[in-house]
Design a protein around this ligand. Structure first.
Ligand SMILES: Nc1ncnc2c1ncn2[C@@H]1O[C@H](COP(=O)(O)OP(=O)(O)OP(=O)(O)O)[C@@H](O)[C@H]1O
Ligand SMILES: [Mg+2]
Length: 635
């Protein structure tokens, strides 16, 4: 069977010219097959690609050009069948040259029919596109490598956005950092990673607008993970443009820098804390030095006054001396506060339950409040003991409550609470991990402005008018807390100020040794009404029923009348009968009566003037509740 273009029945010059044309085409293999697939014509392109001359190949089956495995899979006959049934076969695939080497061919097979529609053969056009394929393949391979690289990065979220901000791909880092699977985010808008506030202010759109205008957008901010938690993100958005400069999308790289930010913040905090600690330390040193010197001076004054007193007769002189005495004791109170701040005060440490101390001090605390204030105390059900100086804790609590009152001039609430807390290492300042007792005074007053909060514990820092505050209150509280290995915590926000003393608690296997005073009767004797009143308060605080007397004589009458008095608490120096005499007389009437004497003078001074003092215990004015309680226990 002859191929139609060179059929002798077609004598046209036209067809001869066409044959020559096809024959000489060099870039395409153009040849014909019989309906069975036998090669029936061959051009120079075919010879060039496949290496066969026309003589060598015409008459052979075209499956010779296929690889063995393709032949085994029936590719050649499939190709002809497809061409026959669909009118065309088009494919790319490996073909074999005469020398056995392969080339990548683009193949088109067209069926050829005669006028009656009978298949008379196939026209086959083949091109060697090995080079093009190789180029495409290496491009694809490099794209694939790049894709795998980006996909595999876990430290950075790297993904692309459409020009409208829709997520178009997702890498392992994005999954790790944001917590979403690829299927959950692709096709959604990237603004979902922003906080609600940022969404509201339109930050996502602004970021894209900036990236579009400037080529890149870079910032840091909070972003939201799938589980709702936040992380501090460093974000870079690059705009991607095609060769014509049209925006085709954005590349977004996000890094989780929460840790870095946290470290930086902690460093800043630590530096501030260090600065504050150093400042307090040096103020403490200075204060301690001054207080000591001043205390020595004051000692000379008070001792001299004490020595002078017996030799004075005139009422005027005695009044003046009393004025000096009062000023000296006020001065020594200030010194005590300064020494407390400087952590140089001598403490009498006792293992105590703070709840009990608050209870017995409650009446004093209540009196510090006024009628506009709703004062409440809320004690923890159970508190472990602490080791403290009771008098120090009392004056610390009193100062906190007075401060709270001063801050609440037009009325409000003050709440004193005790609480057992557990702290982890450095949760509050430098406190080691462990159990603590927290004593807080909360008020709803005017609050502490942030700019002065770090200064209010400094000695002499006060915002109160002259005469109203010395600025030593919190200094004492601070020093006390520090010396007790605890700390002072000051929080003022949202209309509430809470100042807390945090003290390390002791294990509870040692019992609270403190015995509550029973409801006994105390007889208080003093010729000065205001001193008498305070002493009466102190004994009430300690749980006594109190009877007062203005002189020793009056006291004796009472003792004789009512025989049930447990304690006699008397001033030593009184007109008429002095306290020592009174004590002795009381003892003869009631041998079991406990006698405790009080004086502004020290024992040596009194001994010089009076006899019989050694039989009794003495407290020196100004005395403290705890001191009296302790003396009463030992009497
Ligand atoms: N609860 C509080 N609310 C608002 N400000 C307070 C509070 N507690 C203390 N302050 C501020 O701290 C300052 C210092 O207090 P601190 O107790 O040391 O001294 P003071 O009360 O001014 O004087 P002092 O206690 O010696 O009489 C106060 O003047 C006040 O400005
Ligand atoms: Mg104060």
């Amino acid at each position: 069977m002859n191929p139609p273009v060179i059929s002798p029945s077609n004598p046209l010059v036209e067809s001869e010219r066409f044959r020559l044309l096809v024959q000489s085409v060099n870039d395409y293999a153009i040849y014909m097959l019989s309906p069975e697939g036998i090669v029936s014509s061959w051009n120079s392109g075919a010879q060039r690609f496949k290496g066969y001359t026309a003589d060598e190949i015409i008459g052979q089956h075209f499956s010779k050009f296929y690889r063995d495995e393709d032949r085994a899979r029936g590719l050649p006959s499939n190709a002809l069948n497809t061409a026959r049934t669909s009118g065309k076969f088009e494919d790319e695939g490996w073909r074999v040259r005469k020398d056995g080497s392969f080339f990548w061919a683009s193949v088109i097979i067209d069926p050829i029919q005669d006028d009656d529609g009978n298949l008379i053969g196939f026209a086959k056009i083949t091109r060697d596109i090995t080079e093009r394929k190789q180029a495409a393949e290496s491009l694809h391979a490099s794209e694939e490598r790049f894709r795998l690289l980006v996909q595999g990065v876990t430290d950075y979220a790297i993904y692309m956005l459409s020009p409208a901000g829709i997520i178009t791909n997702w890498n392992a880092g994005a999954k790790r950092i944001k917590g979403y699977e690829e299927s959950e985010v692709i096709g959604t808008h990237f603004s979902r990673f922003y906080t609600e506030d940022d969404q509201q202010t339109g930050l996502p759109a602004k970021a894209l607008a900036t990236a579009t205008a400037l080529g890149v957008f870079e910032n840091e901010g909070w972003r939201v993970r799938k589980d709702g938690s936040k992380f501090w993100a460093h974000v870079v958005i690059d705009s991607i443009k095609n060769a014509n400069g049209e925006l085709i999308g954005f590349a977004k790289v996000t890094r989780d820098v929460t840790e870095r930010r946290k470290t930086a913040e902690e460093l800043k905090k630590a530096q501030a804390a260090l600065f504050q600690a150093q400042k307090m330390e040096s103020i403490g040193l200075l204060t301690g030095g001054i207080a000591h010197d001043f205390n020595n001076l004051l000692n000379i004054v008070s001792n001299s006054v004490a020595l002078l007193r017996p030799s004075l007769d005139g009422a005027k002189e005695i009044r003046l001396l009393e004025g000096i005495e009062k000023a000296t004791s006020r001065g020594s109170l200030l010194i005590q506060q300064l020494l407390a701040f400087a952590k140089q005060q001598t403490f009498t440490l006792e293992r105590r339950n703070v709840n009990r101390i608050v209870e017995s001090f409650e009446s004093v605390l209540r009196r510090a409040n006024n009628s506009l204030i709703q004062f409440n105390i809320k004690l923890a059900d159970h508190l472990p003991p602490v080791e403290i100086d009771v008098a120090q804790l009392e004056s610390a609590m009193l100062n906190l409550v007075i401060n709270a009152c001063d801050a609440t001039p037009s009325g409000g609430k003050i709440l004193l609470t005790t609480e057992a807390i557990q702290l982890s290492e450095h949760e509050i300042e430098k406190l080691p991990a462990g159990n603590y007792v927290k004593i807080s005074v909360l008020d709803t007053g005017h609050g502490i402005p942030p700019e002065i909060i770090s200064r209010i514990v400094e000695p002499f820092f006060t915002t109160k008018p002259i005469g109203k505050g010395t600025g030593l209150g919190l200094s004492q509280v601070y020093g006390f807390a520090q010396q007790a290995n605890g700390t002072l915590q000051i929080i003022s926000s949202n209309g509430q100020t809470t100042i807390s003393i945090i003290l390390p608690s002791l294990s509870e296997d040692v019992m609270d040794l403190h015995q509550e005073p029973a409801s006994e009767i105390a007889l208080i004797v003093d010729d000065q009404p205001d001193v008498l009143e305070i002493a009466a308060e102190v004994f009430k605080t300690l749980g006594y029923d109190v009877i007062c007397a203005n002189s020793a004589r009056e006291a004796l009458e009472i003792i004789e009348r009512s025989k049930g008095i447990d304690v006699l608490f008397s001033d030593v120096m009184m007109p008429g009968m002095n306290g020592i005499e009174l004590g002795h007389k009381a003892k003869t009437i009631m041998p079991n009566i406990k006698v405790l004497l009080a004086s502004g003078f020290t024992t040596p001074v009194l001994k010089e003037r009076y006899s019989g003092l050694e039989s009794f215990d003495l407290v020196t004015k100004p005395y403290k509740v705890s001191e009296i309680a302790k003396k009463l226990r030992s009497v």
